[in-house]
Design a protein around this ligand. Structure first.
Ligand SMILES: NC(=O)c1ccc[n+]([C@@H]2O[C@H](COP(=O)([O-])OP(=O)(O)OC[C@H]3O[C@@H](n4cnc5c(N)ncnc54)[C@H](OP(=O)(O)O)[C@@H]3O)[C@@H](O)[C@H]2O)c1
Length: 297
């Protein structure tokens, strides 16, 4: 496991941080935590959002270079996600970042295998390619590689309102991480700076590897229900996701990931080293999110 880079604290002067993906599961947690800190926060939004105290919203799209240029004006640090399934549309973004040269903190994936020529699946490949594109553009990004976010299980909420079984493609065990912990770690990295900080990725994991069946059982305990996971063969899972109206390319990427992504035993203390608090368990996450799965107060 690579060493965690040590980052000296910076003076508590106000700095402008541009947050991408602010409406997402991770981005909402990040915004809430940045709010309490001495930072000027700007968010890049595809759609207008209502006014939020202390946060400026700029309309833009990660694939539209002109909007990125406008959003970067006066920005010191960028929290960057790349939510698309290929990097071809990232050219204008990378060019604007290279021209403005802010500090870039990129949210990547612990599933990257640094020794592999090709990654296990298209989603991991995109993250490996983005890391390389940012480096090749001379940006020296600080990379936060995140394990599977616990919030992905919110996709089961509709099934769990209808019954006690979660059906879906099985996936290899991995140390699912609370998106709130990833956000808390990101805040610490965003608001500090160190010259030698940008070399080694942080590896943000939860405390233990879990499979889908483990997660469903843990959710059941939090909800006071007997729940079970029923793995669905790849073909059936694909058909179901397409019938649900999900884009074909995303469906294929998810199915490929479920088939090819290897089991991971990686568990790190990087969340704790960055935030001072140990990574929370999936059981703690489940208790905190019961209402989103229909738990009555
Ligand atoms: N989920 C995981 O397990 C995991 C693990 C490792 C890394 N990651 C990375 O973390 C990112 C955030 O995860 P999440 O669960 O918070 O995702 P999410 O809930 O799906 O949110 C995605 C965000 O990206 C924004 N977005 C999508 N296309 C955009 C575009 N063309 N221009 C600007 N913004 C755009 C969305 O904005 P709108 O509201 O406009 O749609 C939304 O704010 C992922 O995209 C992935 O790259 C995720």
């Amino acid at each position: 496991m690579p060493d965690t880079p040590s980052i000296p604290p910076v003076p508590a002067r106000s700095r402008t941080v541009l947050v991408t993906g602010a409406t997402g599961n991770l981005g909402r947690e990040l915004l809430a935590r940045l709010h309490a800190r001495p930072a000027a926060v700007r968010r890049l939004d595809r759609r207008p959002v209502g006014p939020r105290p202390g946060v400026e919203s700029v309309r833009g799209d990660l694939t539209d270079g002109g909007s990125v240029r406008a959003a970067l004006d006066g920005v010191d640090t960028v929290f960057l996600i790349w939510p698309l399934l290929d990097t071809a549309p990232a050219g204008p973004l990378i060019a604007e970042l290279a021209a403005a040269a802010p500090r870039v903190v990129y949210l990547s994936s612990t599933a990257i295998d640094d020794d592999a020529v090709r990654q296990s699946d298209p989603i991991v490949q995109v993250h490996a390619d983005m890391e390389r594109l940012l480096r090749d553009a001379g940006l020296r990004p600080t990379v936060l590689r995140s394990d599977t976010l616990a919030s992905n299980t919110l996709g089961w909420a509709a099934q769990l309102r209808a019954g006690d079984v979660v059906r879906g493609p099985d996936t290899a065990r991995t140390a699912v991480v609370d998106e709130g912990d990833v956000a808390a770690a990101a805040v610490e990295v965003l608001l500090r700076r160190g010259d030698d900080a940008d070399r080694t990725p942080y590896l943000l994991t939860g405390p233990e590897p879990l499979g889908r069946a483990d997660q469903v059982a843990i959710l059941g305990a939090a909800l006071g229900r007997e729940l079970r996971f029923e793995p669905v063969p790849a073909d059936a899972a694909r058909a179901r996701m397409l019938a649900d109206g999900r884009p074909e390319r995303l469906v294929d990427a998810l199915v490929t990931a479920s088939l090819r992504r290897p089991e991971s035993r990686l568990v790190t203390d990087h969340v704790e080293r960055l935030t001072g608090m140990p990574a929370r368990s999936f059981a703690q996450w489940a208790v905190g999110h019961g209402a989103e799965f229909g738990r009555r107060p």
